[in-house]
Design a protein around this ligand. Structure first.
Ligand SMILES: Cc1ncc(COP(=O)(O)O)c(C=O)c1O
Length: 387
């Protein structure tokens, strides 16, 4: 079939699936009746400090079974604080899959450390553990319980894994790698609220995990994030760091370290708290949407739709098409045609190691990511029929 016909057929299939749904990439869901609670928060004028922060955190604890949850003003600030909590500094390298959101690198650089890019595998679009193991065998040595990069002399301190588009990375092998190479595991579960690996919520396997509640996430507080940890000392320190390192006191304002104003306002927490009530329903709708897309795309032999990896339950945050190599040349044409039809698809983020200002940082062979990146399309993924 000619490419033009294929492109039209793909775009028409998307249109059929999202006919009565939002054509945006992802919009949050909040029924009108819940707005009266938000009005109440406004009426009480408790914009910044108020009861919803704790209520929202308690609900997140119930959902994730994380021992501690500390909400923040963004997922990016949650990542930054995560690295502060494990004392990342300038002689450290942080392993980051090259297919990752920019905040992972920014947080690393804010701490004066070096991002070190690693490859992904096709199945989960998360870290390729086998390849990383072979690479670390070659370039690192363990000394005094620390993983030293033999080429740079720096400490490879941690890895920030990503649960891409809400799908679980290969947790079991990642945990083995972290043990073997003495790496601290930070889980970026920004996209993964409601996703599980072997019945355990993503973001709770590492020393620290983070969630995001920005405008396009499954649950949105406009801007917002959360730090998940099982460590009481870290949780206490996180709360202190995000409050400008204020010494706790009823009326006195004093600070004893550099801190950050990263708290989630009460108003945003109220929005998150109200939405969480609908999470179960939203996830059911998102799974239905996945099945619809799967049915419509099964007729194209050059397209795969990303399914949940083994042992996991995905939230299907962003539905994802992967074109085969022979048809990757039509990816951008599909995007263009969709935009003309006001359907908001998107490609994956540009690979981090290719960004001009990041080219100088160390990296392993990244062939898998380079190959697959050109073939990814995220589809409109809101679940809008529930009211
Ligand atoms: C994988 C990933 N990490 C981190 C973030 C940062 O979250 P936020 O936008 O809340 O700062 C995002 C948000 O887009 C994300 O998708």
């Amino acid at each position: 079939m000619k490419n033009k016909i294929l492109i039209n057929a793909v775009v028409n299939s998307i249109l059929k699936v999202v006919k009565n749904l939002s054509k945006e990439l992802h919009e949050p869901f909040l029924p009108k009746k819940e707005f009266k609670f938000i009005n109440k928060t406004l009426h009480n004028k408790k914009f910044m400090i108020g009861p919803f922060v704790k209520k929202f955190e308690d609900k997140l604890i119930k959902l994730t079974k994380s021992k501690y949850v500390i909400t923040t003003n963004t997922g990016s600030s949650a990542l930054h604080i995560s690295l502060k909590l494990i004392d990342v500094k300038n002689n450290d390298e942080i392993l980051i899959p090259t297919l990752h959101y920019i905040s992972s690198v920014n947080s690393t650089i804010y701490c004066g450390a070096t991002p070190h890019f690693v490859d992904i595998e096709k199945n989960s679009l998360g870290v390729d553990c086998l390849k990383l193991d072979n690479y670390l065998e070659k370039i690192s040595i363990i000394k005094k319980n620390k993983c030293i990069n033999k080429r740079t002399g720096k400490i490879i301190k941690a890895i920030i894994i990503l649960h891409t588009f809400g799908h679980s990375a290969d947790i079991q092998n990642i945990l083995k790698l972290c043990k073997k190479y003495k790496l601290i595991l930070i889980e970026d579960a920004a996209e993964a609220i409601g996703s599980f690996y072997k019945n355990r919520h993503l973001g709770t396997f590492g020393k620290i995990g983070i969630l995001s509640f920005n405008g396009n996430k499954t649950i949105s507080t406009a801007g917002g994030g959360a730090i998940l940890t099982g460590d009481k000392t870290l949780a206490k320190r996180a709360r202190y760091l995000i409050s400008n390192s204020k010494i706790p006191h009823i009326w006195k304002y004093s600070y004893d370290q550099i801190g950050y104003n990263y708290r989630m306002p009460n108003l945003n927490a109220a929005v998150g708290f109200l939405q969480l009530k609908y999470l179960k329903k939203i996830l059911i709708e998102k799974r239905k949407l996945y099945k619809k897309y799967k049915k419509h795309f099964s007729k194209f032999n050059f397209i795969e739709i990303m399914d949940q990896p083994k042992f996991s339950k995905s939230n299907f945050w962003l539905q994802t098409l992967i074109l085969n190599e022979k048809k990757q040349n039509i990816r951008d044409l599909i995007l263009k045609k969709s935009y003309e039809n006001k359907i908001m698809l998107r490609p994956a983020w540009e690979l981090l190691h290719t960004l001009n200002h990041l080219k100088k940082f160390p990296k392993m062979n990244l062939d898998n990511a380079i190959k697959i990146h050109k073939r990814i399309i995220n589809l409109p993924s809101s679940s809008y029929k529930i009211r």
